[in-house]
Design a protein around this ligand. Structure first.
Ligand SMILES: C[S@@+](CC[C@H](N)C(=O)[O-])C[C@H]1O[C@@H](n2cnc3c(N)ncnc32)[C@H](O)[C@@H]1O
Length: 236
């Protein structure tokens, strides 16, 4: 009787371990393979480029705050379907350049087509690896993230940015306040929503050798931070 009970207990234990292992594995594989990937540009474009976004995204006020000028070079990291990249390309004009980077090949193809359709020859769209923006040394005036830094969240990634900035260059981060409503309904497909506070972003930048230079408070659902590299970070 005792040995029967022991065997049943062992079988139960095996089942429990197997279930536990499977659950853990499933979580990892969903996160790594499917979650937080933006593979259907047309679906995302309906949301990222919806005219209603302008009401809360205030793109003209953002461009004004960034003091963007004709002739400047901007890198838009995680440019997606090009909501900001297209607007930036119009502002910097034919003497300037916008380098739109995204890790998703499908987004890159989509935005390349969009740039061609809108005859924006100064909008260069490139696929960038997950852990490296691949920007040339001292090549850009502004590095911009909108709703993309929470997917990166890595001070080591930021270290490379200081070297890519020209003299007086800066990095701007707009990202979603943790208590904001879901801005894009399609993100409901993700199991969880990544929440990254402004304080955590500031800590990452400090660790990477930047200091917070400006903070704008006019966006209702997002924080908007501007960083400058310390002299040590840009010379390294
Ligand atoms: C929520 S979308 C934001 C798109 C755009 N910036 C906007 O405001 O409409 C995030 C984008 O960042 C891209 N992304 C995520 N991680 C990235 C990384 N490590 N490097 C480059 N792009 C990344 C995604 O593929 C996606 O297109």
């Amino acid at each position: 009787m005792n040995s029967l009970f022991l065997r049943a207990f062992c079988v139960l234990l095996c089942f429990l371990f197997y279930g536990f292992f499977q659950a853990g594995y499933a979580t990892t594989s969903i996160r790594e393979q499917d979650e937080y990937r933006f593979k259907e540009p047309a679906l995302w474009a309906e949301q990222f480029d919806a005219p209603s976004r302008d009401k809360w995204q205030k793109p003209q006020a953002v461009i004004q705050a960034l003091q963007l000028k004709p002739g400047q070079t901007v890198a838009d990291i995680g440019a997606g379907t090009g909501y900001f990249a297209i607007k930036f390309a119009r502002v910097v004009g034919p003497q300037g350049r916008v380098i739109a980077l995204d890790r998703e090949s499908s987004m890159v193809r989509y935005l390349k087509k969009r740039a061609k359709k809108e005859s924006l020859n100064n909008l260069i769209v490139r696929k960038s690896p997950k852990n490296n923006p691949g920007l040339e040394k001292q090549s850009v005036d502004l590095i911009f993230f909108c709703n993309s830094y929470h997917h990166i969240h890595n001070p080591n990634y930021l270290k490379a940015l200081a070297k890519a900035l020209k003299k007086n260059g800066k990095v701007a981060v707009i990202d979603i306040k943790p208590n904001a409503p879901r801005l894009f309904p399609a993100t409901a497909r993700f199991k969880r929503h990544i929440k990254l506070s402004a304080q955590a972003v500031v800590a990452d930048f400090k660790q990477a050798g930047f200091s917070l230079d400006k903070e704008f408070g006019f966006l209702p659902y997002q924080y908007f931070l501007e960083f400058k590299p310390t002299s040590i970070a840009s010379s390294k």
